[in-house]
Design a protein around this ligand. Structure first.
Ligand SMILES: [Zn+2]
Length: 389
């Protein structure tokens, strides 16, 4: 790979700057010769009123913005390999997209700055490394230089590595914050479209349904000219969730819906009955894990481990143990009621507290409370045999 170092002024770089609000990307600069955010780049994420403002403050103070790298597609076409967030910040500022505060704390757009400051920004020089090489070399290099700054997350890296028609179409669907579906999806999927987290989830789900991981799936579909399967599978999962669960609760966001869909979508559910169960379990003070409610219901309300039902505290266990043990000694039987009615050597065994566990006499799932009146100590093996209720 060849590299040459050149200087450009901000004026040259932002000539012909276009920012696309819909895609959240800075598109072009350098009189049309420069593509600012090529496919394999993440979206613009500096628009937070801090990082973008810091870029402009640096220019106003005469500080360098750091090295920027261009990939030379040919003699007259360049792509920004590293530095797109900085260039997009400068371009957005000079085209009036955001303001910075001056010394007296007043918000100033580029157009309202004094002309000497405007000139200072426009004349600022940027150091650019032009790189020329094979696509694979460039991508390898891209991975290396992105260690600085906000590093790429896993999906952003995969998008870079497997860039092509498939990734372009997939990003247009799942990474486009202008997509009206994003809001519906965000009830069940966590993360942000900009950081590729919806795309990552969509890929994970469809890949797992085929026994693959995301990377294998992306490699296999890299040159596809459609995302039909990816979109159809994702839509099926989302439609299934919203069909079974009428309520939208914050704990639904980020659950393993892909796995749950695979395990349970062949079962029939009555959405009204499901909704009643959801409400009842949310209102139950003994249910500690609200996230577990969904799989508990899908599985037929049997696996109470998913709900992390409140357990008896140590003081309750000790009190019940003491009472049971005193009575058992008087009667000459085991302090485990199930051992006492058995026929083996444990019939008269007095267990230590540490060898016993607390059990709900009336199971929690049948309305039994986690209170001292509903607590019985059993030896560990009988407690296990009774099951976690
Ligand atoms: Zn026992």
């Amino acid at each position: 790979m060849n590299t040459t170092l050149e200087k450009y002024t901000v004026r040259e770089i932002v000539d012909g700057f276009v920012y696309n609000e819909l895609e959240g990307k800075g598109l072009f600069g350098l009189s049309g010769k420069l593509t600012i955010q090529p496919e394999y780049q993440r979206n613009y994420i500096y628009a937070d009123g801090k990082k973008d403002v810091a870029v402009i403050d640096s220019l106003l103070k005469g500080y360098p913005l750091g090295l920027i790298y261009f990939n030379d597609v040919d003699d007259a076409h360049f792509e920004v390999l590293d530095g797109q967030q900085r260039i997009t910040s400068v371009g957005r500022f000079t085209t009036g997209k955001f303001a910075v505060k001056d010394e007296s704390g007043r918000e100033q757009l580029f157009s309202s700055l004094p002309s000497d400051k405007q000139t200072k920004i426009m004349d600022s020089e940027l150091l650019i490394y032009h790189c020329r090489g094979e696509e694979s070399e460039i991508k390898e290099w891209f991975k290396t230089i992105n260690i600085a700054g906000i590093s790429l997350n896993e999906q952003e890296l995969l998008n870079a590595i497997y860039s092509g028609a498939f990734v372009t179409l997939a990003k247009a669907e799942f990474s486009n914050s202008g997509n009206a579906n994003i809001q519906k999806w965000s009830a069940y999927v966590s993360g942000s479209a900009n950081r590729q987290e919806f795309l990552a989830t969509a890929l994970e789900w469809v890949a797992a349904s085929k026994g693959l991981n995301k990377e294998n799936y992306m490699a296999a579909h890299r040159h596809d000219n459609n995302i039909t399967e990816l979109r159809a599978y994702f839509t099926s999962v989302i439609d299934w969730i919203s069909g079974v669960f009428l309520d939208v609760e914050s704990e639904m966001r980020g659950l393993e819906w892909g796995r749950l869909y695979e395990e349970y979508h062949a079962n029939a559910y009555n959405p009204t009955a499901v909704s009643d169960s959801v409400q009842r379990l949310y209102a139950d003070p003994y249910v500690k894990s609200h996230k577990g409610i969904y799989e508990y219901i899908l599985g037929g309300e049997t696996d109470t481990k998913l709900l992390d039902v409140r357990v008896f505290d140590e003081a309750t266990k000790k009190a019940v143990y003491t009472q049971q043990t005193m009575a058992a000694k008087t009667d000459g039987v085991s302090n485990c009621s199930l051992c006492a009615v058995g026929h083996d050597a444990n019939k008269r065994k007095i267990w230590d507290l540490k060898d016993m566990d607390a059990d709900h006499v009336t199971a929690w799932s049948k309305g039994g409370a986690t209170s001292i009146e509903n607590c019985e100590m059993l030896c560990k093996s009988h407690n296990r045999a009774k099951g976690n209720r």
